[in-house]
Design a protein around this ligand. Sequence first.
Ligand code: DAH
Length: 364
Amino acid sequence: MSGPNTNYDPVEVAALAPEAVEQAVTDALTAVAAATTLEELKSARLAHAGERSPLALANREIGALPPSARAEAGKRVGQARGRVNQALAARQAELEAERDERILVEEALDLTAVPGRRPLGRRHVLTVTAERMADVMVGMGWEIAEGPGVEAEWFNFDALNFDKDHPARQMQDTFFVEPADAGLVLRTHTSPVQARSLLERGVPLYVAVPGKTFRTDELDATHTPVFHQMEGLAIDEGLTMAHLKGTLDRLAEGMFGPGITSRLRPSFFPFTEPSAEMDFRCFVCQGQDPGCRTCGGTGWIEWGGCGMVHHNVLRACGVDPERYQGFAFGMGVERTAMFRHGVSDMRELIEGDVRFNAQFGMEI
Ligand code: DAH
């Protein structure tokens, strides 16, 4: 037994008492167990294992003990700190594992989710249809021509052999452009581009003319005041109606599929002689279904007008009809689009409802 150590002050080293150390460990373990986040555990570590924690302070007191008491106190405090550190490490591992699991859930990527991209724009079905018609013609070696929407009356009517009193000139069909004596109309068909092309390009001539046309019709399921046509004009030596029919059959096949049969019915247009309406075999029922909704059971679909170009039109454009002949045709783009896509109401084509438009607009 050693004598009293003058350095030994029982008050200062009270922290080293077994109960105090035990209490510090209990407090530390309670705090560790109570920590539910890594942040809270960090605070607990600071409070119970940090430099100013009771156990750290106790550890510092060891040096003040008489040498004989140091070993035991050192062992006690060392074990106490070991238990606390173990508990801290275990809880740390637990909380980290929890955090990692939570992050896996919270930050999970659903690779099957449909991305919230902006919808792609689509071209309008009328644009696509007109372009396809033009493409078929270009594929046969024809050129594309265009003309103005506001047209001289002379091109729209006179050059095309319309009489001065032809009913189509009357107010009920034609939009006249003011002032009344300006001689300007909104073109009622794409046929004025026949005369324009002949005058500008001369003969021989093979032109296709897609474009907007206007008539004073009320908007309903089969009429619209603004519509589109695709005109064709071929002038060359030795052209006959056989060339006309062959050309229209190729155009019909390009639009509705191979093997289309067609027929020409006698008709009248001032600018063609003879004139005809071209019908093609219903591509849905092939003329086999009296209840067919596409052709109305007739087996034929009316597509447009055509004929051999009238001598008066050739003369008005400075072309010698004794040497050159030709044929012309004019098809409605709306009708073509409606038959191709099974659209029964023309208003759908112009109302601009994106749910309608988005169904079309891309084709190869
Ligand atoms: N222009 C005529 C119309 O709008 C259609 C037409 C008929 C055009 C016969 C032609 C043609 O080129 O030869 O009703």
